[in-house]
Ligand binder design. Sequence first.
Ligand SMILES: [Zn+2]
Length: 234
Amino acid sequence: MKRGRPFQGGLSQRALEKGDLSLNEQTTVTCSGAVNLSVERVAVATLPTEWGEFKIAGYRSLISEEEFVVLFKGELRREIPTLVRIHSQCLTGDVFASTKCDCGAQLHQTMRMIQQEGRGAIVYQQQEGRGIGILNKIRAYALQDEGADTVQANEQLGLAVDLREYRQCAEILFDLGLCHVRVISNNPLKLRALEEAGLKIIERVSIQVESTERAANYLRTKKEKLGHLLHIDG
Ligand SMILES: [Zn+2]
């Protein structure tokens, strides 16, 4: 059973907001997490996209049924601080261009950023709806139609607000040859988990996409209840 963990750690909120994670001198991070991987690379292919040509790799977990997809490009080396993102699957946002959230826009913006940089990786983690699955997510959306916010809806369904785990995502980045990373994320829980897994986080690269009014409410909840580091207009 996967469980989400609250964000508690040595990194101060201020350090996170500044995007400066190297301030935390007690942290003895090494890339030793690269040994004994619990994921296995299955195949790698070329993927031309609207925003440029990427490589796509498929990974499977050796300890669960979970599968992962990674988009990456450029020469990936441990000593080069590299743009990375852990993107959690959002069928409604990524595929159907839902305006209830900003996931699809964030994914595409990240692809553009990596294309521009010429180097980087996106781990696409198939944990829909922060790990609750697509059917529960639609049940939660039904409650949101009645006025609940994203956190209240999960609570009403008796589901944890965030069930995601990120260790294997970090392992995939190790396997691709990375260690020093610049993480594109507004989620302190993800940053903490990647650091605990042994990645050296050189920088947090914040991501802001233009949001619709509907998505703004969702983002406000993420900021206020889930601790996301967001600036929201209005
Ligand atoms: Zn979404």
